[in-house]
Design a binder for this molecule. Structure first.
Ligand code: SF4
Ligand code: SF4
Length: 257
């Protein structure tokens, strides 16, 4: 990942001394080898009190979904393993699997067979965070649920706890399966869990998430806490659903169907 364990511990140590907390330690890691003391926030960074995504499924075709999946997996070095041990950050499922609570036999064929784009819901009450023994997975103040690959011990409790199948485990070395490595983003190793990060590295640069950028307006990303944000406007004017709401995790990805 471009940094060794000793350097990692040094950075975490600097964060702890400065009282900056785990999230900041990971942010600092991304900027390594720059010394922590030299890091200042990017003035262009996009910020929010509570990031959320709205997916307007009426605007999405199979080809659109494929384009978004490719964009995400390309920028994040997600390996293309193609077996049951696949690693995925964003993927598609049919309605009955995506929204089992809502399924009824009168749903139109169009909806029934449409591909629904799925990703980590960055839940308000993330089951994955509660069960992680090392705090490798944690929720940031802006609501994004993150993974610290260096802390992950591969126990997979988070995978068992997530009711959305949003996490993947690297059963083997994923690196040989990366089609074209993006040198600006870390690769992972065997034995760690990974998932969608709402593109925190792009938000820091003032960019929208990669899937949103190529969505032609079908994906809307913004601050749920801001009543004037586009996500709030879209949610006000359209009926939306969330995945498995009865489980109480409070997903922050909304679907207009
Ligand atoms: S979707 Fe799963 S992995 Fe993502 S925050 Fe919710 S419980 Fe955690
Ligand atoms: S928000 Fe970023 S990491 Fe998450 S699915 Fe979209 S492109 Fe991938």
């Amino acid at each position: 990942m471009g940094i060794n364990r000793r350097e990692f511990l040094k950075i975490v140590g600097i964060s702890a001394v400065a009282g900056l907390g785990g999230a900041t330690a990971v942010d600092l890691l991304r900027r390594a080898p720059v010394e922590a003391s030299q890091v200042s926030p990017n003035p262009k960074a996009l910020t929010a009190k509570r990031w959320a995504m709205v997916i307007d499924t009426r605007k999405l075709t199979e080809a659109d979904c494929k384009r978004m999946i490719e964009a995400c997996h390309r920028v994040h070095n997600v390996p293309d393993i193609g077996t049951k041990q696949e690693v995925k950050w964003i993927w598609t499922e049919e309605y009955e699997h995506a929204f089992p609570d809502d399924m009824n036999k009168f749903v139109s064929d169009e909806v029934k067979h449409k591909p629904f784009l799925l990703l980590c819901n960055h839940c308000d009450e993330p089951a994955c965070v509660r069960v992680c023994p090392t705090k490798a997975t944690y929720k940031r103040p802006d609501g994004i649920v993150m993974m610290d690959m260096h802390r992950c011990i591969g126990c997979r409790f988070c995978m068992a706890a997530c009711p959305f199948g949003a996490r993947s485990f690297n059963f083997g070395d994923p690196r040989p399966y990366i089609k074209e490595e993006n040198r600006k983003y870390p690769t992972r190793m065997r034995g760690v869990v990974e998932k969608c990060t709402f593109c925190t590295e792009r938000l820091e640069e003032g960019l929208m998430p990669a899937c949103v950028e190529v969505s032609n307006g079908a994906l809307i990303f913004g601050d749920l806490d801001d009543p004037n944000s586009e996500v709030r406007q879209v949610l006000r004017s359209n009926y939306s659903i969330r995945r498995k709401p009865n489980l109480g995790t409070q997903p922050c990805v909304y679907y207009i169907v």
